[in-house]
Design a binder for this molecule. Structure first.
Ligand code: ZN
Length: 166
């Protein structure tokens, strides 16, 4: 009798924990009932509004269960690259000069994303198709903010990044 009581309270506790994680980025993993993982019909409803828009805060696609990855990818493609337009972005200091991210870069580099949280640039396709060991962590995990290297002729980091991926 005592044992059963312990198990019951364990489950109650677990339920409570998952409910309180409502706003965590990994919410999707938590909220989908586990019996659906074995359901072969591809009708998993991903709540797009629950997906994190800022590239610095997103859960990498490879961290989702395998059967959800395509759905998550489709949802993000629908959301388009995250390109928040601001008149002026925060400065980044290089020696004795300040450089800033420029919103017109979005027009030239349609795959480009900008994180307001990290004041750094990210790459949308790299995010969509990244695997566990990122080839380009600067554009998927760390974020790129060496603005001096943008539009620096052939050495432009954004141009070089496209080159690496085609
Ligand atoms: Zn990329």
């Amino acid at each position: 009798m005592k044992k059963r009581k312990t198990i019951d309270s364990f489950f109650q506790q677990k339920e409570h924990t998952s409910a309180s994680q409502d706003h965590s980025p990994s919410n999707i993993e938590v909220s989908i009932p586990s019996d659906q993982q074995f359901n072969k019909s591809p009708t998993i409803d991903i709540d797009v509004s629950s997906l994190e828009p800022d590239p610095a805060l997103r859960t990498p696609i490879w961290k989702y269960p395998v059967n959800q990855m395509d759905e998550i990818r489709r949802a993000y493609i629908k959301m388009r690259p995250y390109q928040p337009i601001k008149k002026e972005y925060p400065p980044t200091n290089f020696g004795n000069q300040n450089r800033r991210f420029q919103s017109h870069w979005f027009k030239k580099f349609t795959w480009l994303e900008y994180s307001l949280v990290k004041n750094a640039a990210f790459c949308f396709p790299c995010f969509l198709f990244e695997y566990k060991h990122p080839r380009n962590p600067a554009f998927t995990i760390d974020g790129f903010k060496y603005w001096k290297r943008v539009n620096d002729g052939d050495r432009c980091t954004f141009l070089m990044h496209i080159g690496c991926n085609t």
